[in-house]
Design a binder for this molecule. Structure first.
Ligand code: FRU
Length: 477
């Protein structure tokens, strides 16, 4: 590891050089996961937006395939989606991969945004732009990020678009001509900023044979801890209109500061709903202290719905494929915590890329605290506040934090239960910590920039005691 590259993640997708933001056009076909991304190959700050392209067979190890879409007379290539046209509804060919994206054309009054399409006859490697682009125009200033999918019961395509602070739903039978069906969003959810990168997916409800529609809505700013974040709505969809079942609730997909522009894979196998986010925040994304490149994606997460009381919530479970990246394993024998307790070393050869899986048992503690530390006095402190029923992560002393006033932060997630056994998985990858509680009932994603890998843990309890029943560290490769 060169010092220059000390922040580059080991098992998260990053561009080799240049700038990346939103994941785009994700689709699965013939055993391969395709991931496109907002990409500036000419610099490590936002601009000159292209679609970069990477592929993977296991959602963890990625190969860069080159630039798939470059700016043209209609402007830069902003975010969007891909579909596999199995029935050749557009006439480009059976199984053509069709990309939908926003063309953003600079003008003295700001970007003029319209929707365009391109098709690929070589499984997404190269694209031909549609000769009659753009396919949808508007006078709206923020009019972007088309997400297209097939609505089987109505035998038609659906396009979700983010427009200002609402979503618009369009339909089509040939992917070229679109009809506006409805709008969604007035008086619903968070409106602290512009709505971006929509997705609408059918998600399994755990423990039932039911599925429900989930509308993922990224917004910037207006996230729970400032800047950009992803909210979602659970409800029903008839091919034309989405109805939110809990109009008075705002639901967050992730409780950290660094999970944005989350969307799901189209055509995923076995009915899975697999999501990926951009692991950064518009508050400081252009200033993070990496060299040569900027930004990584989160790890892939399988989404399911679970019931808590009257409400349905999304569970984000790390996609099972990540287990294949596990190599060395260290198991720490169980121990009891009634004051500071140090685990002196996590991994013998630690490159800062690992997973910690633990089960804690609360025996009357008021606070369950644990920190990841390095030898330079830098740390990430996490705790369960038993009375408030919260999980929190504090990165204010995690390493380099001075590049933005918005970076040092404490992020907090609600947890259903802090009694008895508490299960947590932490994914640490040099410059990020992703926490998943109870298989993903809460997820919290935060960037960190330590001067050396964290390789120790200190546990502490407030009043009362808890037990660390199991603590396993897996090196990930
Ligand atoms: C979200 C976003 C999208 C847009 C893209 C431009 O992060 O602002 O709405 O298409 O980034 O790069």
């Amino acid at each position: 590891m060169t010092n220059k590259e000390k922040f580059r993640p080991v098992y998260h997708h990053t561009p080799a050089y240049g700038w990346m933001n939103d994941p785009n056009g994700m689709f699965y076909k013939d055993g391969v996961y395709h991931l496109y991304f907002q990409y500036n190959p000419y610099g490590s700050m936002w601009g000159n937006m292209h679609w970069g392209h990477s592929t993977s067979t296991d959602l963890t190890h990625w190969n860069y395939e080159g630039v798939a879409l470059a700016p043209d007379a209609w402007g830069a290539i902003f975010s969007g989606s891909c579909v596999v046209d199995k029935e050749n509804t557009a006439g480009f060919g059976k199984d053509a991969v069709i990309a939908f994206y926003t063309s953003a054309k600079p003008s003295p009054w700001g970007d003029v945004q319209s929707q365009s399409m391109a098709y690929s006859l070589d499984n997404g490697k190269t694209f031909t732009k549609y000769e009659h682009n753009p396919i949808l125009t508007s006078t709206e200033r923020d009019f972007r990020d088309p997400k297209v999918f097939w609505y089987a019961p109505g035998k038609h395509w659906v396009m979700m678009l983010a427009v200002g602070q609402h979503m618009e739903i369009y339909s089509s039978v040939n992917l070229k001509e679109w009809k506006k069906e409805s709008e969604f969003g007035a008086m619903q959810g968070a409106h602290g900023g512009v709505w971006e990168c929509p997705d609408l997916v059918e998600v399994k409800v755990e423990g039932t044979s039911q599925k429900k529609w989930v509308l993922i809505c990224n917004l910037n700013p207006g996230g729970p801890f400032g800047g950009s974040a992803a909210q979602y709505f659970v409800g029903s969809f008839d091919g034309k209109e989405f109805v939110n079942e809990s109009p008075t609730q705002t639901k967050w997909l992730d409780w950290g500061k660094d999970n944005y522009a989350t969307v799901t894979w189209s055509n995923a196998p076995e009915g899975r709903c697999i999501a990926l986010g951009w692991m950064s925040n518009w508050q400081y994304a252009n200033n993070i202290p990496t060299l040569q490149y900027r930004s990584a994606n989160t790890i892939a997460r399988d989404l399911t719905l679970y019931r808590s009381g009257e409400e349905l919530y999304l569970k984000s479970t790390p996609s099972a494929e990540i287990k294949k990246a596990r190599t060395d394993k260290v198991s720490v024998p169980s121990f009891r915590v009634s004051g500071p307790y140090e685990v002196k070393s996590l991994l013998p050869s630690n490159e800062g890329a690992y997973e910690i899986e633990m089960t804690l048992n609360n025996a009357g503690a008021s606070k369950i605290t644990f920190s990841l530390l390095n030898d330079n006095g830098e740390k990430v402190t996490m705790y369960y506040d038993v009375l408030r029923k919260q999980f929190a992560m504090d990165r204010s002393e995690s390493g380099e934090v001075s590049f933005s006033k918005d970076f040092p932060a404490l992020t907090v997630a609600p947890v259903a239960d802090t009694k008895g056994d508490i299960r947590l998985r932490l994914f640490v990858d040099r410059s990020s910590v992703e926490a998943f509680g109870e298989d993903g009932k809460f997820a919290m994603t935060n960037l960190v920039f330590p001067s050396a890998p964290y390789n120790r843990m200190v546990f502490d309890s407030g009043t009362g005691k808890f037990t660390v029943k199991s603590l396993t560290v897996y090196k990930l490769q």
